[in-house]
Design a protein around this ligand. Structure first.
Ligand code: NAP
Length: 249
């Protein structure tokens, strides 16, 4: 049984979709969770909903693509709770286009929100985790970072970057008992994927051995395990939650 009692967990991008389900799953396992996204209103609304369900929760808005905002977010959590044991770097966006039409601003935005944010938040949390000589960092990447996808050069590059970052940081801080892992979802039913045409959806399902699009819970269950003491001997790994879409040797 996974227990996260007495742990404080930050999930970036947790006002909807996969992040929200991860936050709720960690809260159900006993963690005090920090809900965060760019929208203060959404953070408050979700925090209120969690409080009504009896979970321990803080809501703090931050644009994690901004290094100062990421630093302030971590400072605020430490100021209010004294510790931060678990960080799930989940915030992400898409700005899809074929490369001929992709605007440099769309490249920059995706790299800033998806990849630089992982650096920003991890760097900000490292000092308190080193001091505590323990910690869990879990980065949400994507199968697209492994297999590529036409129209997503920016997104694929940002998600592949997360994988290299995860392995390097895992090696850098393993001696301090801090683990760093990545989770690579396949196609999961959220706002991000709801605009797929019926045709595109069918073509996708034909490629998924388990024959269905995933649910946020499929991802959240693995994140909860990686965040727990049960996963203490696992670091620098990338785990796919994709219905078998990518099978690696
Ligand atoms: P989503 O429903 O669009 O939710 C994204 C969350 O990130 C929202 O809470 C959003 O809130 C927040 N966010 C966006 N930009 C932010 C920023 N600069 N700073 C802080 N928060 C920010 O997305 P999702 O489908 O749940 O995806 C979650 C993660 O899983 C992403 O990293 C995505 O790349 C990855 N993933 C998703 C799928 C999929 O099929 N859905 C597959 C593979 C990987 P605001 O916009 O209000 O800030």
């Amino acid at each position: 049984m996974i227990s996260l009692t007495d742990k404080v967990a930050l999930v970036t991008g947790s006002t909807r979709g996969i992040g929200r389900t991860i936050a709720e799953t960690l809260a159900q396992a006993g963690a005090e969770v920090v809900i965060s996204s760019r929208s203060a209103d959404d953070c408050k609304r979700v925090a209120d909903e969690f409080t009504a369900k009896g979970y321990e929760v803080l809501g703090i808005a931050a644009d994690v693509s901004d290094p100062d905002a990421a630093q302030n977010l971590i400072k605020e959590i430490i100021a209010q709770r004294g510790e931060l044991h678990i960080v799930v770097n989940n915030a992400g966006i898409t700005r899809d286009n074929l490369i001929m039409r992709m605007k440099p601003a769309d490249w920059d935005a995706v790299m800033a929100v998806n990849l630089k944010s992982v650096f920003n938040v991890s760097q900000a949390v490292i000092r308190p985790m080193l001091k505590a000589r323990s910690g869990r960092i879990i980065n949400i990447t994507s199968v697209v970072g492994q297999m590529g996808n036409p129209g997503q050069t920016n997104y694929a590059a940002s998600k592949a970057g997360i994988i290299g970052f995860t392995k390097s940081l895992a090696r850098e801080i393993a001696s301090r008992n801090i683990t760093v892992n990545a989770v690579a979802p396949g196609y999961i039913a959220t706002e991000m994927t709801k605009n797929l045409s019926d045709d595109a959806r069918q073509r996708l399902m034909d490629q998924i051995p388990l024959g269905r699009i995933g649910e946020p819970m499929d991802v959240a269950n693995l994140v909860a395990f990686l965040a727990s003491d049960l996963a203490g001997y696992i670091t620098g790994q990338v785990y796919n939650v994709d219905g078998g879409l990518v099978m690696q040797g």
